[in-house]
Design a protein around this ligand. Structure first.
Ligand code: NAP
Length: 282
C-alpha cells in the first residue's frame, strides 16, 4: 500500500496568508497584534523555539516581545508578570515557554494568564472551556492534528481514533477536539496494557508521547492513518517523531512526517490565535 505523506507546509502557508492579511488590517486600524513570550529558562530547545516564534510573528506582521524573567524566577514572580500582561490592554496574546524553573509547575502559574490571551491554551481554564465546548483557545499542537486531517480530507466523524498520550497540553485537549468532530476516541498512556491491540483497532492513530519510534507497524492496522506529534532530538541533534516511519510505511495509508507535518501547522495556528485574540480585544 502507498503511504501518503501528510505534509503541513501548504496548509501552514494558507493559514499564514490569512493571518498576515488580518494582522495588516488591524495595523491599519491602529496597532498591530502584540504577542508576549514569557521565558524563564536557558534551555537550548526553548531558545530555538522562541527564535522561530519571533520569526513567524515578524513574517505575519505581529509584534512579538520576549519577556525574560531569568532562570531563577519564582512561581510568584511568574504569576505577577503573567497577571500584569493579562491586564495590559496593549498586549493581545501571551505564551509561557517551558521548561519552567526547577520546582515551578505549569499549573502553579498558568491560571494567571487571562483565557482571552491564552493563545496556546495552557491554562486549566482553557482546557475546561474546551471540554465544555465553550469559546477559548485549544493548544495549537492538538488543533494542528484536526486541521491537518481536514486539509488532507481525512474523515474523523464516526471513526475510531486512538490518541497515545494524555498530557494536558497535547493528548487530553486533542481528545476533546476529536470528540467535537464526532470521532470515537480512545486515549492510551504509559499504563495502557497491550498498546498494539488498542492502536490496531483504530482507523486513525495519533502519537503524542515523546518516545522516538515507539509506534511501529505492529501498532497500526492496514490502511490506518497515522499522525506523529512527537518531536524528539536524536544523538545528531535532528528531530525525529514518535512513529517509526520506516516500519509504518507500506502499512498505513497516510502518515504525517516529522519534521514537516504537525510542526509548521502548529506555528501557523498559534499566529492565527494571536490575530483572533487581537480582533476580539479591539
Ligand atoms: N509538534 C509540536 O508542535 C509539539 C508541541 C508539543 C509537544 N510536542 C511533542 O509531543 C510529544 C508529547 O508531548 P507532551 O508534552 O504531551 O509529553 P508528556 O507531557 O511527557 O506526555 C507524554 C504522554 O505519553 C504517555 N506515554 C509515555 N510513555 C508511553 C508509552 N510507552 N506508551 C504509551 N504512552 C506513553 C505518558 O503517559 P502517562 O500519562 O501515563 O505518563 C503521557 O501521557 C513530545 O514528543 C513533544 O515534544 C510537539
Amino acid at each position: 500500500m502507498d503511504t501518503t505523506s501528510l505534509i503541513g507546509k501548504e496548509l501552514a502557508a494558507a493559514i499564514n496568508a490569512d493571518t498576515k492579511a488580518r494582522a495588516a488590517a488591524l495595523a491599519e486600524q491602529g496597532t498591530a497584534p502584540r504577542l508576549a513570550l514569557v521565558i524563564a529558562n536557558d534551555d537550548p530547545a526553548s531558545i530555538w523555539y522562541v527564535k522561530s516564534l519571533n520569526r513567524a510573528a515578524e513574517r505575519n506582521g505581529i509584534t512579538c516581545e520576549n519577556v525574560d524573567l531569568g532562570i531563577d524566577a519564582t512561581a510568584e514572580q511568574i504569576r505577577v508578570k503573567l497577571a500584569e500582561l493579562s491586564a495590559d490592554p496593549s498586549v493581545d496574546a501571551i505564551m509561557l515557554q517551558t521548561p519552567l524553573p526547577k520546582g515551578v509547575g505549569l499549573d502553579d502559574v498558568s491560571l494567571s494568564i487571562a483565557a482571552a490571551k491564552d493563545v496556546d491554551g495552557v491554562s486549566p481554564l482553557s482546557l475546561g472551556l474546551l471540554a465544555s465546548g465553550l469559546p477559548g483557545f485549544p493548544p495549537a499542537t492538538s488543533e494542528a492534528v484536526v486541521e491537518l486531517a481536514k486539509f488532507h480530507a481525512i474523515p474523523l466523524a464516526g471513526r475510531l481514533v486512538a490518541v497515545v498520550g494524555r498530557s494536558n497540553v497535547v493528548g487530553k485537549p486533542l481528545a476533546q477536539l476529536l470528540l467535537a468532530e464526532n470521532a470515537t476516541v480512545t486515549v492510551a498512556h504509559s499504563r495502557t496494557t497491550d498498546l498494539p491491540s488498542v492502536t490496531s483497532a483504530a482507523d486513525v492513530v495519533v502519537a503524542a508521547v515523546g518516545r522516538a519510534g515507539l509506534i511501529t507497524g505492529e501498532h497500526v492496522r492496514e490502511g490506518a492513518v497515522v499522525f506523529d506529534v512527537g518531536t524528539n532530538e536524536d544523538e545528531n541533534g535532528d528531530i525525529t517523531g514518535d512513529v517509526n516511519a520506516e516500519s509504518v510505511t507500506g502499512k498505513a495509508s497516510a502518515l504525517s512526517p516529522v519534521p514537516g507535518g504537525i510542526g509548521p501547522v502548529t506555528t501557523a495556528l498559534l499566529m492565527r490565535h494571536v490575530v483572533e485574540a487581537a480582533e476580539s480585544a479591539r
